[in-house]
Design a protein around this ligand. Structure first.
Ligand SMILES: CCCCCCCCCCCCC/C=C/C(=O)SCCNC(=O)CCNC(=O)[C@H](O)C(C)(C)COP(=O)(O)OP(=O)(O)OC[C@H]1O[C@@H](n2cnc3c(N)ncnc32)[C@H](O)[C@@H]1OP(=O)(O)O
Length: 346
């Protein structure tokens, strides 16, 4: 099963130190990401300096190191909310309208907490070169997403991302890579949010001794009410991609077939957006700022047009949830959401 070449040795890679590099590329918005080599020895796995230098050479003229940000606009926030089904059942939904429209007296469109998952994509979707490590990008699946939101999200902001590698595991048939993105508002040392993205690289495992498979994580591994919300449209992935994830796996039938699927599949982060929006509606009384932490594992693929049912259970200030595809009675996502408090109406 191993597809990594025999020269790949994760321990040897730890011995290298990477110079601090900034790079920028255009991905829906303009984003510039700062890779901080002090964060983790593993950083060099993802921040292959040669790869980044090639990027820098390729975009020399557009590089502006003083201008590291991602401009979030109201329009982007509203397109995202529509992409995860806001007002999908009712165009004047009293809870969801504020996510897609400035209601009277409201200064900005309000931001759903899962919008911050897009910040990590800006740094990652161009792929990463891992020295000596071979993987097939067409077999990559999004495995898990973990989000911490530290402050209420502004409707407009300029952000700086710092990216590091939080984990690498050899699962034999697959490799699991965890990438952490910390987002700061420009001009502030205060963290706005953190995303930890887990990618499941089918066919890329087997790079270490099978009796003692390589496993590294730089974070601690700790980390009924049932509601039914019929959801996705057949065009769901085509709308969601306009929020910035243009991976053709979600739109191109031929690419999907090559990856082993009968047709394009839904973005994992779109499914997550639907589920968390349902929790905000049912448990948080529609208040997106009540959400502190989001964790989700993608258990099985979803096809656009399938009906998602999210079940949730409240345990103190933790909401345990599971999302199923109704047509196949299959669990596709599970996880938890930590909330700041409970509304009195619950
Ligand atoms: C180097 C690459 C860098 C690239 C950087 C790019 C970054 C990209 C950013 C984010 C991604 C953008 C692209 C988006 C793509 C998508 O949105 S794809 C759609 C969403 N995802 C899915 O639909 C995946 C659904 N899940 C599945 O299909 C399956 O769960 C699976 C992932 C294929 C795994 O199933 P299976 O092979 O049957 O695994 P198991 O045998 O059950 O388990 C093996 C071990 O792996 C662990 N594991 C299982 N599932 C996951 C998971 N989802 N995440 C993390 N880990 C998982 C499992 O615990 C087992 O481990 P052990 O218990 O230790 O044996």
């Amino acid at each position: 099963m191993a597809s990594s070449d025999s020269e790949f040795n994760p321990d040897l890679l730890l011995a290298h130190k990477l110079p601090e590099v900034c790079f920028r590329f255009t991905f829906f918005y303009t984003i510039e990401t700062e890779l901080d080599p002090c964060k983790s020895h593993f950083l060099l796995l993802i921040a292959d300096a040669f790869h980044l230098q090639r990027k820098l050479r390729g975009t020399e003229r557009s590089i502006d190191f003083d201008c590291l940000w991602w401009l979030i606009k109201n329009r982007d926030v509203a397109i995202y909310a529509l992409g995860v089904g806001a007002c999908g059942q009712d165009a004047v939904d009293s809870v969801e309208l504020k996510f897609v429209y400035h209601e009277n007296g409201q200064e900005h469109v309000q931001v759903l907490p899962t919008f911050v998952s897009l910040f990590s994509l800006g740094s990652l979707t161009d792929g990463l070169d891992l020295p000596g490590f071979k993987y097939d990008p067409s077999l990559l699946l999004h495995g898990q997403q973990y989000i911490e939101v530290y402050r209420p999200l502004p409707s407009k902001a300029s952000l700086i991302n710092k990216v590091s590698l939080a984990g690498l595991q050899d699962k034999g048939k697959a490799a699991i890579l965890e990438i952490e993105t910390r987002s700061y508002e420009q001009g502030s040392d205060e963290l706005l949010c953190m995303n930890r993205t887990t990618v499941f690289l089918r066919g890329a495992g087997g790079f270490s001794n099978s009796s003692q498979p390589f496993s590294y994580k730089n974070y601690p591994s700790n980390q009924g009410l049932a509601v039914k919300i019929p959801q996705t449209q057949p065009s769901a992935a085509l709308l969601y991609r306009l929020s910035g994830d243009y991976n053709p796996l979600h739109s191109d039938p031929n690419v999907a077939k090559r990856a082993g699927f009968p047709r394009p599949i839904l973005h994992g982060l779109c499914t997550l957006g639907f589920a968390i929006k349902a929790i905000i509606k049912c448990i948080c009384n529609g208040d997106p700022s009540a959400v502190k932490t989001i964790s989700g594992r993608f258990l099985a693929t979803v096809f656009p047009g399938e009906t998602l049912i999210t079940e949730m259970w409240l345990q103190g200030l933790r909401v345990i949830y599971q999302t199923k595809v109704k047509e196949r009675n299959k669990a596709v996502l599970s996880g938890y959401v930590d909330i700041r408090g409970l509304s009195s109406s619950l």
